[in-house]
Design a protein around this ligand. Sequence first.
Ligand SMILES: NC(=O)c1ccc[n+]([C@@H]2O[C@H](COP(=O)([O-])OP(=O)(O)OC[C@H]3O[C@@H](n4cnc5c(N)ncnc54)[C@H](O)[C@@H]3O)[C@@H](O)[C@H]2O)c1
Ligand SMILES: C[C@@H](O)[C@H](N)C(=O)O
Ligand SMILES: [Zn+2]
Ligand SMILES: [Zn+2]
Length: 348
Amino acid sequence: MSEKMVAIMKTKPEYGAELVEVDVPKPGPGEVLIKVLATSICGTDLHIYEWNEWAQSRIKPPQIMGHEVAGEVVEVGPGVEGIEVGDYVSAETHIVCGKCYACRRGQYHVCQNTKIFGVDTDGVFAEYAIIPAQNVWKNPKSIPPEYATLQEPLGNAVDTVLAGPIAGKSVLITGAGPLGLLGIAVAKASGAYPVIVSEPSEFRRNLAKKVGADYVINPFEEDVVKEVMDITDGNGVDVFLEFSGAPKALEQGLQAVTPAGRVSLLGLFPGKVSIDFNNLIIFKALTVYGITGRHLWETWYTVSRLLQSGKLNIDPIITHKYKGFDKYEEAFELMRAGKTGKVVFMLK
Ligand SMILES: NC(=O)c1ccc[n+]([C@@H]2O[C@H](COP(=O)([O-])OP(=O)(O)OC[C@H]3O[C@@H](n4cnc5c(N)ncnc54)[C@H](O)[C@@H]3O)[C@@H](O)[C@H]2O)c1
Ligand SMILES: C[C@@H](O)[C@H](N)C(=O)O
Ligand SMILES: [Zn+2]
Ligand SMILES: [Zn+2]
């Protein structure tokens, strides 16, 4: 008889998920089985939980949810080399093909055949999980599991903040959700000043301050562009980092960034966005970066070293730590209500 494990599963094509008991999976060729030590909720998991339009078009229940993880390898499938039982690992979630035009040029983050585990395959909200060996990242023991599980979203934040020079630069961050908060931590650890954050939620503005934001603005009550101009002697910020996915925030940021400044866009907008390209981008000679996923594997090295440096102020971002999955419904509802930073399930 096979061993059993507990998992948060999207069992039906409707709102919510269920805590179920299922067989511990067996790693196939090119796969490893990990014992999950910590796993965290991403906004994408929330979309799957809520069963929004995107989730309905992509997810095929029944499926185990989750993709951010830290764990220990307990079994190695046939043909896997360089990974051993006992290795302490995390995982890149984008499963890339290695064969397409993008992959062959080393641009794995834009692989045209990307699959995402926990989205297109079973995920890591479980006591054990299968990871493709090619996606395994080995962690030093010095990074605790509750930090190591955050490396995947930290990679998003690192690529957004470090797409260009940041030390000594003035920065506007729009949106202090979990990703924006990680962005603040990376910007501060990298020597940005001042870091100005625009965020409507009071709870998240307070978190932003705890993480190190130098100024916080409520965009629903204050004039973001005027505030930024006042703080920067009328010059505007050197760098604008968009983490909200709000069209209004995009427009305000483009107005508030200095001519020839740098813009990184991570937030996903609800649909098409109308922007005055001539005046807000072209005549301002801005450099605009679209950010998707993480650079493989360069971003992971950067993230790991930033964590090891002890300079990233991550603790205030982990607002909720649950022992096991029992309170998963509470965790998802708190996240839905915007009353969290990162939520971590601890399984050790
Ligand atoms: N490009 C990628 O690879 C990638 C990867 C992960 C996440 N994302 C996207 O990044 C964004 C951030 O992720 P998250 O998990 O932190 O999302 P989130 O929804 O928790 O955070 C967004 C924050 O923006 C704030 N906000 C709303 N309107 C605003 C406005 N007008 N001005 C300033 N802030 C405003 C919200 O209050 C919220 O705190 C999302 O759009 C997500 O889909 C993109
Ligand atoms: C899967 C998605 O949520 C993930 N954070 C990414 O980088 O693509
Ligand atoms: Zn994610
Ligand atoms: Zn590819």
